[in-house]
Design a protein around this ligand. Structure first.
Ligand SMILES: Cc1cc2nc3c(=O)[nH]c(=O)nc-3n(C[C@H](O)[C@H](O)[C@H](O)COP(=O)(O)OP(=O)(O)OC[C@H]3O[C@@H](n4cnc5c(N)ncnc54)[C@H](O)[C@@H]3O)c2cc1C
Length: 412
């Protein structure tokens, strides 16, 4: 059996590796001329790390990422609303990693090449497909000409702006913007606490996120730290001012202006000086897509962001793509013919990821911050006067169980 995979991102590469373990050949077609280490920080949760560990990648991830030990949710005055251990520190059998997205992609890419040979075809932009009852042919734009490849199935792991999804749903249009812009960057800093903690401060409309992603920096005793500033600029449903392009360079002056208005008072974290110390900043509209009524047609299916683009809250985007990969490979390795296996994959993965898209629209686990902000917009003296531990815990635990990374679900 041979799979054709569109997209050499986290989802596409994880899929190729997982299929390979199951004895299924795969070829990846990536539109970029080369696989470069793009993006900044990303989090991968223990349920996804379990899958990557089974692929033998734990050691490499440990080398390039940070094992997250603690997560703090705070208000914009830096007052703690929720704090919990994460990953191994929380008793999971597998860590949570905070990692540079490009490094994660490189770990996966290098493993694909080492195990499967030169199966990543760069400079191939997928344009269309044809299928018969027995096979599927995908067509690509390469250097201005059309080339094709044939296989037993076609997987669209081509991200939030997926061409395959647009072929399935031609009327869908661009992603949906909630009016929030996220500025992102990575900067060398001295470790905060033990250098393994993550902080999310502020409600959904003005938020500051901070977590380390690498110890591998030239300056001794320092780390590479990821930050994100999230500010609401328009109403939900407003046309996006820019496309959903993860590599768009951010406007520093504009960010300064919004930071001043947002008035973060985070004590030891001064977002303005952190932004000023950062060489390159990116801006990205916070957007997702409505969940789909179906992902598949015969031998062709969607995976990762192409299937279920979601707001980046709760650290689930990359993790869910990795879970998709495992599920698809499991379904294909059974006795079902390809279309039946694809249907089983969709049956297993579409309902839970649909729920995560909806939950993330309601801020996911970060609802605890929104709730406290609503009740105490100017901060609080005693958190217990504002929200009970039970109320906060039920939001946090409800989300982790719904997204499949409750401790009992992972440590099986
Ligand atoms: C350049 C980039 C930077 C990112 N940076 C961050 C970040 O800093 N933080 C964060 O949380 N998330 C980031 N993301 C998103 C994150 O990687 C995904 O949400 C998550 O990993 C799920 O991955 P995916 O493989 O489904 O999609 P993606 O990671 O988006 O990968 C999709 C891949 O498909 C390729 N592709 C698209 N269209 C075609 C086509 N027609 N033909 C062939 N190939 C195609 C793209 O070039 C890309 O390599 C970034 C994504 C990209 C593409």
């Amino acid at each position: 059996m041979k799979a054709l995979i569109i997209g050499g991102g986290v989802g596409g590469l994880a899929t190729a590796l997982t299929l390979h373990v199951h004895g299924i050949d795969a070829e990846i077609f990536e539109q970029s001329p080369e696989v470069k280490e793009l993006g900044v920080g990303i989090n991968t949760l223990p349920h996804a790390i379990k899958e990557l560990a089974e692929l033998g990648l734990l050691e490499e991830l440990q080398r390039v990422g940070i094992q997250t030990s603690e997560l703090t949710y705070a208000n914009r005055f830096g007052q703690t609303i929720w704090q919990e251990p994460r990953g191994l520190a929380a008793g999971y059998d597998y860590p949570q990693f905070s990692i540079h997205r490009g490094k994660l992609q490189t770990v996966l890419h290098d493993a694909v090449v080492a195990r499967m040979g030169p199966v990543v075809r760069t400079g191939h932009r997928f344009t269309r497909f044809e299928q018969t009852p027995d096979s599927v042919t995908a067509y690509f734009d390469k250097d201005g000409g059309e080339v094709s490849a044939a296989g037993d199935l076609l997987i669209g792991a081509d991200g939030i702006n997926s061409t395959l999804r647009a072929i399935f749903f031609p009327g869908e249009g661009p992603p949906l913007w909630d009016g929030v812009v996220q500025w992102r960057g990575a900067v060398i800093k001295k470790p905060w606490k033990t250098g393994t903690e993550m902080m999310v401060a502020g409600p959904r409309n003005r938020k500051f996120i901070y977590y380390p992603i690498s110890d591998d920096v030239a300056e001794p005793g320092k780390q590479l730290v990821n930050w994100t500033v999230t500010i609401k600029l328009a109403e939900f449903g407003t046309d996006m001012q820019s496309s959903a392009d993860w590599s768009r360079i951010g406007d520093r002056e504009l960010l300064h202006k919004y930071l001043q208005e947002a008035d973060f008072q985070l004590g030891e974290f001064d977002p303005k000086s952190i932004v000023d110390a950062t060489d390159q900043i990116f801006e990205y509209p916070r957007c997702d897509r409505d969940p789909l009524p179906y992902w598949s047609q015969g031998r062709v299916t969607l995976l990762g962001d192409a299937a279920h683009a979601m707001y980046p809250v709760g650290s689930n985007g990359a993790s869910q793509a990795i879970l998709d990969a495992r599920c698809l490979a499991d379904c294909l390795s059974g006795s079902n013919p390809v279309p039946g296996a694809i249907a089983a994959y969709e049956d297993a993965r579409r309902p839970p990821t649909t729920e995560i898209v909806h939950q993330n629209r309601r801020s996911g686990p970060e609802q605890v911050i929104d709730l406290v902000e609503e009740r105490a917009p100017d901060g609080f003296e005693h958190l217990s006067d504002v929200a009970s531990d039970e109320e906060l815990r039920s939001i946090i635990k409800g989300y982790s169980t719904m997204a499949g990374f409750g401790k009992d679900q992972v440590n099986k």
